[in-house]
Design a protein around this ligand. Structure first.
Ligand SMILES: C[S@@+](CC[C@H](N)C(=O)[O-])C[C@H]1O[C@@H](n2cnc3c(N)ncnc32)[C@H](O)[C@@H]1O
Length: 272
């Protein structure tokens, strides 16, 4: 495979987008009165620059449908990116009334910086922090391995923990460790909303399920990757492996799996 055809990590394209695309995008945002959007180079890291504004309201509706927002609800959004969800949540009057408090965490420094400047500055119930963790796709030069990271919050600090399109970039050790940390951080009646790419057989992983936009030809038993060069670009897990892992940690499914372009799981703590 030639150098140019190799699949690169997402941040590889960043320098080009910062130097060129962001300049055009700046004028586009001005002309279309969308100056509140993050620059293209940041939007591009959270699953494509187009449709940024639609995704946040979609999740807001979905979480309302699932009855996940309660009075004084404490939310942790792990891998919040440049605030695709936080932007919609922080401007929603109902969440204001419910006195929802939100903490966003990400390993991409510039995304977190943008969220500080553009979201926390307008709504002090929304806070963000950066952790310099390694991910070959998003932060290849990160100082610390994600599998050793202790989230800086006391046990049972959150009622709702969100991981949208984050476990789709984490390999098994990081996934296990994050799930254990989420179990520690979740309050007794809290919920975790997490999305994954899942498959049920080797065939499905390699040839695609039809519902996911990607195929995962690099198969390693209970996980598979879309690329052999940068496996964290997109990772899929075998469904039965995930269900066993959830249960061994002490989670239960609080709703049927929501299959879609990514498959969403609603988890709570096992009772008794
Ligand atoms: C596809 S984006 C999704 C962003 C956001 N959750 C959303 O739905 O808009 C994946 C995000 O996960 C972050 N990420 C990757 N590895 C991470 C890790 N170990 N811990 C926390 N965030 C991570 C990336 O920096 C990126 O912002």
């Amino acid at each position: 495979m030639s150098f140019w055809k190799r699949e690169k990590s997402y941040v590889y394209y960043r320098f080009f987008h910062e130097a060129i695309t962001d300049k055009f995008d700046f004028f586009y945002r001005l002309a279309t009165r969308q100056g509140d959007l993050p620059p293209y180079s940041l939007r591009n890291l959270v699953g494509g620059a187009k449709g940024f504004k639609e995704v946040g309201p979609w999740f807001l509706n979905e979480f309302q449908r699932l009855d996940l927002f309660r009075q004084n609800c404490r939310i942790l959004d792990v891998g919040c990116g440049c605030g695709r969800l936080a932007f919609a949540f922080s401007t929603d009057p109902n969440l204001r009334k419910l006195n929802v408090r939100y903490v966003g965490m990400d390993i991409d420094r510039k995304s977190v910086h943008w969220c500080h400047r553009r979201i926390s500055s307008k709504n002090d119930l929304f806070q963000f922090y950066h952790a310099d963790l390694r991910n070959r796709s998003y932060n290849p030069a990160g100082k610390y391995p994600a599998r050793d990271f202790r989230f800086p919050h006391p046990d049972r600090s959150f009622d709702l923990i969100i991981l949208t399109s984050v476990f789709t970039h984490l390999l098994e050790e990081d996934l296990r460790h994050y799930l254990l940390e989420m179990f520690r951080l979740l309050d007794t009646d809290g919920r975790i909303y997490a999305s994954f790419f899942t498959y049920r057989s080797r065939q499905e992983a390699i040839h695609g399920t039809g519902r996911h936009p990607l195929k995962f030809p690099f198969y390693h038993d209970h996980f598979a990757s879309s690329s052999d060069l940068c496996s964290e670009n997109a990772v899929a897990y075998e469904e039965s492996f995930l269900l066993e892992l959830f249960s061994s940690i002490g989670f239960r499914l609080c709703a049927g799996v929501m299959y879609g372009t990514q498959d969403a799981y609603l988890l709570g703590k096992q009772r008794g």
